[in-house]
Design a protein around this ligand. Structure first.
Ligand SMILES: Nc1ncnc2c1ncn2[C@@H]1O[C@H](COP(=O)(O)OP(=O)(O)OP(=O)(O)O)[C@@H](O)[C@H]1O
Length: 574
């Protein structure tokens, strides 16, 4: 075994104790044969062993003197000057003498200040900082780490990123990714505490390009993410309402033709022309798709208001607050955001003309009171205004519901009902006036021929079959059926067989839902699930609520409400 010539261990100790110097001697075989490190430096030494070993190997290889300052990994104040002196006797390499001396003084005041500043920055930075070494061991972390990862700083520093990632404290580990790819990486990280973080991991490299540290800055974007999702959802809702609005307040410049051959409809048509001359309110009732809207537009056309606007709004398609502002408008400064200069409501827009309040029964009670005032006093008060404005609008209301039942249930004001039904018009369902069917089929065929530039006609036998159907969705359903028939039939003359095929197709179209009967069955819930299933399918196929309504032969406000109820999005919304 080699020893240090001329200096014994005791002598060395004496020589160094007065200076507070710690030292080690390694023989030529790299074994530490003397180890005299004081307690203060010992703690530093244990922490820095790997780094010191690297330098030891370097000196053994080169046999050159080496000196450097090694800073404690976790405690920046603890800095030790290390000197490695190769010992030769008669030119023979005998070993390595390593001297350790505490060297706070070597770090300039300027650096100390910087270190203090960095410490403060570390803990107060908006981003949570996390430093690890080349093996992924946690070296430093801001105190805010508990908030993000649910682990105390102390616990964190005991672990390494691979363990933390395995335990799913966070996933993925950005440090691991930086160490693998040796480049700066920004990525989204999820934590076991349910947070979403944006982490930027930056490698710190030594002269040789090896990654020696990874510094991560983690920003909690959970809230931002949530807000962003909410914003997207709010935008989608706004867009949806915008579309609904466009659909519900179409202006009717060219009224559609009323086709009929039945006596009942003839009487209604005459009544319509007659009442058109007066200004009284009209209440049109009848099942969905019977032609209430056509009758309303005829009343306007035959009146002396025909040169003025005819505006229709579907009271069931909009939420209460939106419906109120659409109808009554608002004054400048009432709402922040869009239209901050105020908005003219539909009553004012329809001034001197006619307004059709479709689905009147869907109007909330609070707005029913306001409407009653419009009817009684012929004036409106925009939201946010103290002044009323006189208006001259003919009001037509329509519904497919039984208003008297709604009044009994307390959902419709009786006084408003009587105000609206000064002139009541009830349109019978198509099944009670089947004689209208052939004419309607012929009319819709001509319309579609014009639209699709074809020359199709429906044979008598085909019409005969069509007449037999119940047409629960009334004329709307019949119209859609004719369109489909013309599109699907191969020849110019639509035959009985074509009609049969579509009717059989429809009856065979099964829903992917199994209904079993037992004593536990809840009728209401079962019906709802079937309804929801049908709506989902329709929403996949069509792009607007109007199209879905037409396909299912119900009115558009019913569809809007039900889609909202079941939280179903139609194709345009996705
Ligand atoms: N007698 C008719 N002649 C020609 N087309 C008609 C006739 N009746 C209804 N239609 C057409 O059928 C469709 C449904 O009619 P309309 O919208 O007037 O029904 P509605 O009773 O107001 O329905 P909803 O209660 O669902 O709003 C429209 O395309 C309309 O043009």
């Amino acid at each position: 075994m080699s020893s240090i010539p001329s200096l014994t261990d005791t002598a060395l100790k004496e020589a160094t104790s007065s200076t507070g110097i710690s030292y080690q001697f390694y023989n030529a075989g790299k074994d530490p044969i003397i180890d005299s490190i004081d307690d203060e430096i010992r703690e530093w030494y244990e922490n820095q062993k790997e780094e010191i070993n690297d330098y030891l190997y370097y000196v053994y290889e080169t046999k050159n003197f080496w000196q450097g300052i090694i800073v404690h990994r976790k405690n920046i104040d603890m800095q030790v000057t290390v000197r490695m002196i190769p010992i030769f006797l008669k030119q023979n390499f005998e070993g390595l003498f390593v001297i350790y001396s505490k060297s706070e003084n070597i770090v300039s005041e300027e650096y100390k200040d910087m270190a203090t500043d960095l410490k403060v920055l570390f803990d107060s930075s908006y981003d949570v900082l996390f430093v690890s070494d080349a093996n992924g061991n946690a070296l430093r972390v801001s105190s805010a780490c508990e908030r993000l990862w649910g682990k105390s700083k102390e616990d964190f520093l005991r672990q390494n990123v691979y363990e933390l990632e395995n335990e799913k404290v966070f996933y993925p580990s950005i440090t691991r990714m930086v160490l693998q790819e040796k480049r700066k990486i920004s990525a989204i990280q999820k934590t076991s505490t349910g947070k979403t973080l944006l982490v930027v991991g930056t490698p710190v490299k030594d002269k040789n390009g090896n990654v020696v540290r990874v510094v991560n800055a983690s920003r909690d974007i959970t809230e931002i993410n949530k807000l962003q999702e909410e914003l997207i959802a709010a935008r989608a809702i706004a867009e949806r309402y915008q579309k609904e609005l466009e659909e519900v307040k179409r202006d009717y410049s060219s009224p559609k033709k009323l086709i009929f051959s039945s006596k009942t409809m003839e009487r209604i048509a005459e009544q319509t022309k007659m009442v058109a001359r007066y200004n009284s309110s009209v209440l049109i009732t009848g099942e969905s798709g019977v032609g209430k809207e056509i009758i309303a537009s005829m009343i306007h056309e035959f009146s002396n208001r025909s040169e003025q606007p005819f505006i229709k709004i579907n009271c069931g398609a909009l939420p209460e607050s939106l419906l109120e502002s659409e109808l009554f408008g608002y004054v400048k400064g009432t709402f922040t955001g869009a239209d901050k200069d105020g908005k003219k409501g539909l009553f004012l827009a329809a001034n001197k003309g006619t307004i059709l309040l479709d689905e009147i029964t869907e109007m909330p009670l609070s707005l029913q009171v306001k409407l009653l005032r419009v009817l009684q006093e012929s004036e409106i008060r925009p939201i946010g205004s103290v002044n009323s404005k006189k208006i001259n609008v003919r009001i037509i209301a329509s519904t497919n519901r039984n208003i008297e039942t709604l009044i009994k249930e307390g959902n419709f004001r009786e006084d408003l009902y009587y105000r609206l039904k000064v002139i009541p018009i009830e349109i019978p369902p198509l099944r009670d006036r089947k004689e209208d069917i052939p004419l309607l089929v012929e009319y819709f065929t001509q319309e579609f021929n014009k639209e699709y530039k074809v020359r199709k006609k429906v044979s008598k036998e085909a019409i005969h079959i069509i007449r037999k159907e119940p047409w629960k969705g009334n004329i709307r359903e019949l119209k859609n059926f004719v369109e489909r028939l013309l599109i699907m039939s191969k020849n110019d003359e639509v035959e009985k067989q074509d009609v049969m095929e579509i009717l059989t197709d429809d009856s065979q179209e099964q829903l992917p839902i199994n209904i079993y009967f037992d004593d536990q069955i809840n009728l209401y819930e079962t019906l709802e699930s079937v309804e929801c299933e049908i709506l989902k399918r329709a929403a996949m196929k069509y792009t607007t609520t109007t199209e879905i309504a037409a396909a299912l032969s119900v009115n558009q406000s019913t569809i809007s409400k039900k889609l909202r109820k079941y939280n179903i999005q139609y194709r345009n919304q996705k």
